[in-house]
Design a protein around this ligand. Structure first.
Ligand SMILES: C[S@@+](CC[C@H](N)C(=O)[O-])C[C@H]1O[C@@H](n2cnc3c(N)ncnc32)[C@H](O)[C@@H]1O
Length: 402
């Protein structure tokens, strides 16, 4: 989007056109476009219909506040999920910070969360059109500067009570990227932000290689409802230097890795056992060993993040399954098993085996009214297929720290 279109969309006639587009049942339809063009110039009608479609899409990521925002497809794709933005802002405010410099504010989601947590916010955005939209979205709750982070930071830093936040862009002409070499601002600048005197938080992709985590920074992997969404690098606030933690959102439950590996793989599963699938944030943060001890469980095989225990315990950090049958991992036997039980809805999970669950499901030809969940995994005595029943979540909303 160019800055002119952005200005038009945030103007009173833009707001009116967007409201008319939102009143349409199907903003993507030709009929909607024809109706809007009767009242607005073609460019405004098209931009307003795009906004209506974007706001509908934005609900899951941003919640009800999306309805007042003006968005771009790229900006929405890169916007922080509200649960993560609100959690981070709450921690920053609780650490005694009073002012945040958001160096790459995009459409302004994180900046909105910082402002909602009662912090003074200076937001910086290099792209002029995005900066216009951020100014609109923040509605006076933050100062928005159209500038590059590199140019703006020296003049903004250095006031007491300030923390620096940066959620760099992760796109290249080749599309979305998690390689730090593709970040903007560049990785050396981001490292310098973290190494400077002020408390700082960088939001990076969850695949950040461990060797890139600077000494003295805490690395915190966050998942929202089981989706791994980010790795945050924190320095000078909220987390101990060098800590590795998992945080599960929206509840905010935290589990801290202690550097220990889980106990060696134990026995082969039997019916009546409980198999735990740790949340991806727990796996990425290296906290599987801590979790295994909390659950009195052991990996089902070495290097495999399924934990096996004779009985279930309450946890927020894993999905628990009751093992009801143990079958050999043999496709012909599984096909027979599926047919004999009239299984039409089949969920297949696997770890440590080179199997494509979707392709396998097709080959097992599920037909019928019954449903089943199968877990394929190596064990000390070879690969098996576990027939399991998902147990209800038993969250423990607490802080877990090793
Ligand atoms: C991942 S988005 C930020 C999303 C934002 N945290 C949110 O939740 O809405 C990154 C933004 O940084 C901007 N950007 C990239 N390089 C920049 C730089 N050197 N200085 C300032 N902004 C930059 C991009 O234009 C993009 O809007």
């Amino acid at each position: 989007m160019d800055a002119e279109t952005a200005e038009l969309l945030v103007s009173p006639s833009g707001a009116e056109a967007i409201a008319a587009a939102e009143a349409e049942d199907d903003p993507g339809s030709l009929a909607a476009a024809t109706r809007l063009r009767r009242s607005y110039p073609p460019e405004l009608a098209a931009a307003a219909l795009t906004q209506a479609a974007l706001r509908r899409r934005a609900g899951r990521r941003l919640g009800p506040r999306a309805s007042g925002m003006v968005l771009t497809p790229d900006g929405l794709e890169q916007a922080t999920r509200w649960d993560a933005a609100a959690w981070r802002a709450g921690l920053v405010a609780a650490a005694g910070v009073t002012r945040v410099i958001d160096l790459c504010c995009g459409l302004g989601t994180d900046a909105m969360a910082f402002a909602a947590a009662g912090l003074d916010v200076v937001a910086v955005e290099r792209d002029p059109a995005t900066a216009v939209l951020a100014r609109h979205n923040l509605a006076g709750r933050a100062e928005v500067l159209t500038a590059s982070a590199e140019d703006a930071l020296p003049g903004l830093a250095g006031r007491p009570g300030t923390a620096v936040f940066c959620d760099p862009a992760r796109r290249t002409s080749r599309g979305r990227s998690w390689d730090v070499a593709d970040l903007s601002p560049p990785w050396p600048f981001l490292q310098s932000v973290l190494a400077a005197g002020e408390p700082a938080v960088l939001k990076l992709g969850p695949g950040l290689p461990a060797r890139l985590i600077p000494a003295g920074a805490a690395a915190v992997w966050a998942s929202v409802a089981g989706d791994l969404v980010e790795c945050g690098l924190w320095r000078g606030l909220a987390f101990d230097p060098g800590a590795r933690e998992a945080v599960l959102l929206p509840a905010g439950d935290r589990l801290r890795a202690d550097g220990s590996a889980p106990a060696p793989a134990g026995r082969v599963p039997v019916p009546g056992d409980v198999l735990y699938e740790p949340d991806p944030a727990v796996i990425r943060s290296g906290a599987v060993g801590v979790l295994a001890r909390e659950l009195a469980a052991a990996p089902v095989a070495d290097q495999i993040a399924y934990l096996l225990a004779p009985a279930s315990r309450r946890t927020s950090f894993a999905t628990a399954f009751a093992v009801t049958e143990v079958l050999p991992w043999k496709e012909s036997a599984l096909r027979r098993w599926v047919a004999e039980r009239g299984i039409g809805t089949l969920e297949i999970k696997r770890r440590g085996l080179d199997v494509d669950p979707a392709a396998l499901r097709g080959r097992l030809r599920p037909r019928g009214d019954a449903a089943a969940t199968l877990i394929l995994t190596p064990t000390a005595e070879g690969a098996v297929c576990l027939v399991v029943r998902r147990l209800p979540r038993t969250p423990v909303h607490a802080w877990h720290s090793a």
